[in-house]
Design a protein around this ligand. Sequence first.
Ligand code: ADP
Length: 622
Amino acid sequence: MTADRTIADTESLLADYCGYDCRLRVRGLVATIIIALVGMPSGIVLDYFVYPEMVWKFLGLRLAVDAILLGIAGVLLFASRRGLLTLVRILGVFTALVINFSFCLMIFLTDGAVSPYYAAVNLIITGMAVLLPWTVMETTLICTASLLFYAVACVANPNFSGLSSHSLFAFNTFFIVITTVVCVGITFFLSRSRFEEFRLRHQLDEKNRELLDLDRAKTRFFSNISHELRTPLTLILGPVETLLNRGEQLDARVHEGLILVHRNALRLLKLINDLLDLMRLEQGAEVLRKRQLSLGSFLRGIVDSVKHLGLSKQLKIRVENGDENDEVLADPARLEKVVLNLLTNAIKYTPVSGSITVRWRCSPEEGVIEVSDTGVGIPASDLTQIFDRFHQVKSNPANQVQGVGIGLALARDLVTEHGGRIDVESVVGKGSTFRVVLPRDRESTAEAAVPQEEQGSEEPFEKAFRSADRTWRNTGEDSGEVLPVVGESGEVVLVADDESDMLQYVVSLLSPDHRVVQTRNGANVPALVERHHPRVVLLDWMMPGRDGLSICKDLRAMPALADLKIMLLTARIDEKSKLDALAAGADDFLTKPFSSAEVRTRVSNLLRSARLQKEASSAEFV
Ligand code: ADP
């Protein structure tokens, strides 16, 4: 199998090299013919000074050579169009021989060995060996034939007698032989390095092609799998929504659990939708369905639909008044995605009591939409990369645990698809303004516009997708709020997780059997431990501000807390992370996703071992 592959690879390499060699030869031969076409008649000046009596005869000869060269050029054109490598090779050899033959004829017709035209023979051999990708065989053949022509021209010349003529002949022949040897050497090394260079380039091209194929396969796989994930997710959302609609008839805990399922299924759906959109844009499959949009009502509609997301942070989200007649030609669904991404980001990255303002304006050429916030801002060093895929601002603590950095990349791709652009201005600590600029050239975009009534082809799951776009994961930014202790009886367990949904989930699992103290801020853990004396502490590893590992180390450094059991929660599954957790003094390690039974059992085990440890130490004491 491997041997077959190697043979096939070699065959394909050689076939490609033949094509490359043919192209090189054609190029070199064309250059040679052009130089010769000009050079041959210009030599008449030399003839005029050296052999004035031969001027007309030699002019005829020179023009005859040019005519032959033109003929060669014609055949070359034909051969190169058909890729006839052998014919191109023959033409190369023939050209060299014709030119050298004509000079040897001039040598014969003038002074034989004494003729200065000998220099032309040498020059032509060397020049053509450099210009044309000859093989060693071709060079040897041309040089030998030229040498033969020269010898015959000298010996057959009527003046070939006398010492000076003989010694000059020997001298010139010697130099033609030396030139031949040098040219054969040059050809040998040049042809080898040419092939080697081609082989490497060929290999590189093959690898690039393989990479491209792999990339396409990956994109295809990714978009197929994303597509497959959307359907079951949407089918989870439907029944959950139906159940949630029965609100009052449901048990409070079931209701709470369903809300959690609903919110997180929407989150997952949004992520999948965004990824799918990116893939589609990458494959160039995205077709915009543009229509005239009135910016005022369009933006107010979007802002109204996300206002609730800012309630927990008491954000003021408003649309500034603008000209109600302003319209742009755009795909409403796609532009909505762009504005929603900017708005949800603004909500995410604006601290409590901040404000977010959306405004628009139009000039005859452009429609501009701006989303400004009084949020954390973006460092200048990140501004150039902010629209790159998977780029997240490192210095933003919220990014350590949330988002994947595709929202803005998708927004930029969608805006570019509209022929517009998106940019940002930001000052750290003061806020950011994202600006979407869309062209308003109605004439050029008019044919892309889709009449409004044609737009009703909503997918069956459109409603779920639209709500997914409006989800935002509350990361439980520390707003100073003190979370209540949940559960009436049992041992005290402390849970620290910055992600509200996860915290709520773990607390709901443990609260039936334990008294659960909860916090979203890792920095509160030592104080809460001191106040509530928990038996077990569950720490999320990745928390903005203080991470679980460092808190674990701090707790372990307190001798009074020697009995305290610590469990780290994390999505990291590598061996090193587990070892790091154990080395930091953690008693247990739970990887996400975990089952409810697993959390309960592990916490019970830790409590039991804490109890046994305590009993053993008090027995020892007695
Ligand atoms: P994600 O929010 O999922 O991480 P995005 O592509 O939407 O990805 O944003 C990329 C990064 O840009 C974010 O991680 C965040 O650091 C930064 N960013 C985006 N919008 C804002 C904003 N309004 N204020 C501050 N930072 C922002």
